[in-house]
Every structure is written in C-alpha cells, then in structure tokens.
Design a protein around this ligand. Structure first.
Ligand code: HEC
Length: 104
C-alpha cells in the first residue's frame, strides 16, 4: 500500500509539472523561441536577423501591445509563420524575453 501511495504521489507531481510547465510563460522559453526556427516556415529564427540582441534594447521600453504587434509582423513577414495570440504562452514568453534585455 505504501508503495502504491508513493507511485500515485510521484505520478501526480510529474503530471502537474508537465501541465503547468506547458503553458506558463517564462523568460527562458522566450529565449528558446527567439532562437528557434520553428516559429515560422522560412527556416529563419528571430536570432537570424537579430543576432545582436543589444540592438533590441530600445524595444524593451515599448508597451506590450506595440511589442506584440512588432513581433507578429516579424513572424508573419520574414518568418512566414502564423500570428501568435497576444495571450498565448509563446507570445508572453517572447515579450518577457525582449523586456529583459533592457537591464542587460
Ligand atoms: C528577416 C529578418 C527578421 C527576422 C527573421 C525577424 N526580424 Fe524583427 N526586425 C527586422 C527588421 C528589418 C526590423 C526593423 C529594423 C530594426 O529595428 O532592426 C525588425 C524589428 C524588430 C523589432 C523592433 C526593434 C525596434 O527597436 O524598434 C523587434 C522587437 C523585433 N524585430 C523582434 C523580432 C522577433 C521577436 C522576431 C522573431 C519572432 C523577429 N524580430 C524576426 C527583421 C527581422
């Protein structure tokens, strides 16, 4: 019986963290997405054109709506990808990442 309880607890921790982890926006996720060509279909990533992220520092000061618009322009344009919902974890993560550049 003890064994079984342990298994159940273990199982639910794994399940919970995968469920929460899948949707929670984070800076790390934004950085990964920024360097990932899977955001679009052109074989490019954000980093292909924005290799020097220091040049994006000023964009860190834009308000979120403006940033979302610009990011979607870069996604639907050069990346030939699908627009991201402003409430999606992907977009929120990208915004978090770009905002973090201000302090670097
Ligand atoms: C084909 C090249 C290309 C790709 C790929 C690309 N961008 Fe851009 N991006 C540009 C150009 C060109 C501009 C406008 C000129 C500039 O400010 O550098 C720009 C502007 C921006 C700006 C505004 C910069 C400012 O200071 O106003 C942000 C933020 C940005 N891009 C983010 C992204 C993100 C995030 C991605 C990936 C989803 C991405 N870009 C993919 C070329 C690209």
């Amino acid at each position: 019986m003890k064994k079984l309880t342990g298994l159940v607890i273990c199982g639910s921790i794994v399940w919970c963290s995968s469920v929460i982890g899948a949707d929670a926006p984070s800076l790390e996720k934004g950085k990964l997405l920024f360097n990932n060509e899977k955001l679009g279909t052109s074989g490019k990533s954000c980093a292909t054109c924005h290799m020097d992220v220091n040049k994006l520092k000023s964009a860190a000061a834009y308000d979120e709506d403006k940033l979302v618009n610009i990011i979607n322009q870069c996604i639907t344009g050069p990346l030939e990808g699908k627009m991201l919902d402003s409430r999606s974890a992907e977009m929120k993560s990208l915004v978090l990442y770009l905002k973090s550049l201000k302090t670097k």
